[in-house]
Ligand binder design. Sequence first.
Ligand SMILES: [Zn+2]
Length: 212
Amino acid sequence: MTAVSAPLAALSARHRRALIADCERIAQRPDLDFAVDLFSELPTNGGRDADVLREWAVRACAFGAGLHLDDAHVSPLHIIERADGLEQMLLARYSSRPVPTVELYTDTLALAEELTDLLGWSDWFPAGSLRAAACAHEMAHCHLQLREVKHQLKHALDATALRIGRRRIVAHIVGADELAAHSYAQTAGNLGRSPLLLTAAIACAADIVHRS
Ligand SMILES: [Zn+2]
């Protein structure tokens, strides 16, 4: 694994207290709120009714939690470790070409591990679980690219794009695959809270490290 520093250990006591307070405040929010935020922040979902977005988020998360990945489609995945994820706020990334590959960002993973330790969140995100959860998330993306799975997800959300007489066209909702992947990672990794909470906390930590 690529060597990485421990940026939170270098924070002043004041900055560390501020980070803990911010993350404790964030953690008060229910996981579903983060899922709704992810939907709402996408331009294509702008102006949609908040209750509708919440219902779609519930359905996308339930779909992800119930996913069963077919090994034949998701393995063997090629894994590459990199140490330049923090600037882009990436833990991992999946690309299908030239061969199905997961890029794991060791700097962001190390910050996430350091952060969960500092915050006392290891019951939710046990030591060592984040790497597996990040891989599970990307494997879910790989699975969600299968045509029949895309179709199933679309129908699980059951959003109406258009009605023509008695016919109803089901809409593709942008972001649903991302929520499903997060939810799959949480279930597969047996995490106590959504990885979306951790993502929000990492953003907070990266910001404080950047400003300190
Ligand atoms: Zn993703």
